[in-house]
Ligand binder design. Structure first.
Ligand code: GDP
Length: 310
């Protein structure tokens, strides 16, 4: 497809959407369409349809979602379920009705069963019960995948879905109550260092394992899928390696130069014991990640120092 077709990135203010805009620009795309929340409320079906009818995007990346860490997800299941389903329904339906050639829907590794065999292959979707701390978000994302697949099956639409692992990088949410673990640890260590504390608090037991992918790698993978993949079956997007939360917390201390102790607050939930994606499918297509975790953490910290928490 030519690089001067209009490409709409939904959610371009977020970490993922902004990363995808940067990747599209690097990739030579010249007509990137974006709308802020004030300009276009994605919860408003009529407004979304009117936007698609007027602007006629040919490619769409749906990176718009209400996202949050383990506590935010458990505290607001209604908003996570309702808002995510509404936003994605509005975008996917309008894309189908107003002549979009290709749509990339972004899900999450939390769609997979809590106790899926590791590393998690794409075909383990719906093979067991979900992790309860984020099942509302996961169910919304599963509904989005199924809607894209239904449009492919029933109407021949080229609507594809990528499943990113835990992400981090510039434009992340550093709010300690609602963020994911990596930005939270960066902020906590930074503040502990400034105060001269002797320790800092890590939630849970430290034993869960998570995989972390830099948003710039994720965005390059999305571009790769847009340009090379045309099947409705979901594709995992990870880095192929995981670490324990304890190891992650130690690495953050190391990168930021903090010598204090880790204190584990076991009143906070661990969530799913392990989430490592099987990357065979995407690797076999020829894509691979390039940003090592330490380098990525350093970059995310630099971004935080410049921008603070939003
Ligand atoms: P998850 O991957 O969906 O479970 O979401 P999170 O990124 O929020 O949490 C990942 C793991 O990191 C969980 O076991 C958390 O308990 C643990 N964790 C440790 N410290 C923190 C913290 O300060 N914030 C968050 N969000 N998680 C933390």
């Amino acid at each position: 497809m030519s690089k001067d077709v209009p490409v709409y990135v939904a959610g371009h203010r977020g970490m993922v959407g902004s990363g995808i805009v940067r990747a599209l620009e690097r990739g030579g795309y010249t007509r990137i369409l974006t709308r802020t929340r004030t300009e276009l409320d994605l919860l408003d079906r009529a407004a979304v349809r009117s936007f698609f009818e007027t602007e006629r995007p040919r490619l769409v990346v749906d990176a718009a979602a209400k996202v949050g860490g383990i506590i935010a997800n458990s505290e607001q299941p209604v908003e996570f379920l309702l808002q995510n389903i509404t936003i994605q329904n509005n975008i996917i339906e309008a894309a189908a009705d107003f002549g979009v050639d290709k749509l990339l829907f972004l899900g999450s590794s939390c769609i997979y069963p809590k106790l899926a065999t590791q590393p998690i292959t794409e075909d383990s979707l719906l093979s067991g019960p979900l992790e309860p701390t984020n099942d509302a978000y996961a169910l919304a994302k599963i509904a989005g995948i199924k809607l894209c697949q239904a449009y492919a099956k029933q109407y021949g639409k080229n609507f594809i879905s990528g499943m990113p692992t835990n992400l981090y990088g510039p434009n992340d949410n550093f709010d300690l109550h609602t963020s994911h673990v990596l930005p939270a640890l960066i902020r906590k260590v930074h503040e502990a260092k400034l105060r001269g504390d002797k320790s800092y608090v890590v939630w849970g037991t430290g034993s869960p394992r998570r995989e972390f992918l830099h948003v710039d790698d994720l965005s390059e993978a999305c571009l790769f899928l847009l340009e090379n993949y045309n099947e409705p079956e979901i594709v995992n997007i990870g880095c192929g390696e995981d670490v324990t939360i304890r190891e992650l917390a130690e690495t953050v201390c190391d990168v930021l130069g903090f010598q204090g102790e880790l204190v584990f607050d076991t009143t906070k939930p661990d969530g799913t014991p392990r989430k490592l994606l099987d990357m065979s499918k995407l690797l076999s297509m020829g894509w691979k990640p390039r940003i090592p975790l330490r380098e990525g953490i350093r970059g995310a910290y630099d971004w935080y120092l410049q921008h603070g928490s939003r």
